[in-house]
Write a protein that binds this ligand. Structure first.
Ligand code: DGL
Length: 271
């Protein structure tokens, strides 16, 4: 039986990208039990409409609520930018996204107040990063760049392939020339390209992965709400996907600091 504090935290993304956030949560909140859902049957979200992204997010939250989660992390920039404000109002546990923490971290890091944001088409079109960063500091200027091929390349296991390096060059050429000193990886899949993007941009550019900052926000919310898991012993992790659990498992084991051997397929359209 779960009580308020040993109940799991629900985390979701369109696919494997959210595992980069799970990795930070496992590192910094090692006591917390987790339930992850990757919507691998419907990835990518980044090219879909706001209505569809809200519908998908609601279904996933309904599924996570059946697992009695005590908090939910939307480990997807696209759903954070387009659905967070709506689903948060409808949900009776804390729901946090990755965009607010990412925007805050970038404004803190920049020296010349020129910040780049890489994201899906939907995230960049929403202008959410720009709005949030300019709320923090009105002098910040933002260069947003949609990189729609990154997610399919990563989901297909092409992160280290030479084709991906060519795509990085195509997408980031003008970002590199734009004078930014800070670059946000505004899609939770993109940290899986961090070394290639970092190499391409050069050492002088500070790269922000919102995952760490998100884990810190979660820690704060749990502490303030007296919801931290006080139980001794190893944390319990469960993974669910809407498509091909074997493929998902291989990814999870490559990304996470622990070995995952059980992944369950869920028909998310039933929720
Ligand atoms: N990983 C997600 C994000 O952070 C979504 C990528 C996609 O499904 O297009 O935006």
């Amino acid at each position: 039986m779960c009580n308020k504090s040993n109940a799991p935290i629900g985390v979701f993304d369109s696919g494997v990208g959210g595992l980069t956030v799970v990795r930070e949560i496992m590192r910094h909140l090692p006591n917390e039990n987790l339930i992850y859902f990757g919507d691998t049957a419907r990835v990518p979200y980044g090219s879909k409409s706001k209505d569809t992204i809200i519908r998908f997010s609601r279904q996933i939250i309904r599924f996570l609520r059946t697992k009695h989660v005590k908090a939910i992390v939307i480990a997807c920039n696209t759903a954070s930018a387009l659905a967070l404000d709506i689903v948060r109002q409808e949900t009776d546990v804390p729901v946090i996204g990755v965009v607010v923490p990412g925007a805050r971290a970038a404004v803190r890091e920049t020296r010349n107040k020129k910040i780049g944001v890489l994201g899906t088409e939907a995230t960049i079109k929403s202008d959410m990063y720009t709005k949030l960063m300019q709320q923090e500091d009105s002098e910040v200027s933002v260069k947003g760049k949609a990189c729609p091929l990154f997610v399919p390349l990563i989901e297909e296991g092409f992160a280290k392939h030479k084709i991906t390096k060519e795509v990085i060059d195509i997408y980031l050429h003008d970002v590199k020339q734009s004078g930014i000193d800070t670059l946000i990886l505004g899609c939770t899949h993109y940290p899986l390209l961090r070394s290639s993007i970092g190499e391409y941009m050069g050492e002088a550019i500070h790269i922000v992965n919102p995952a760490y900052e998100t884990a810190m926000d979660l820690k704060k919310i749990l502490k303030e709400g007296k919801m931290e898991n006080q139980e001794e012993g190893e944390a319990h992790y469960e993974f669910y996907s809407s498509d091909a659990p074997v493929k998902f498992k291989n990814f999870a084991n490559a990304i996470l600091p622990c070995n995952i051997n059980w992944i369950e397929h869920i028909n998310i359209e039933e929720y």
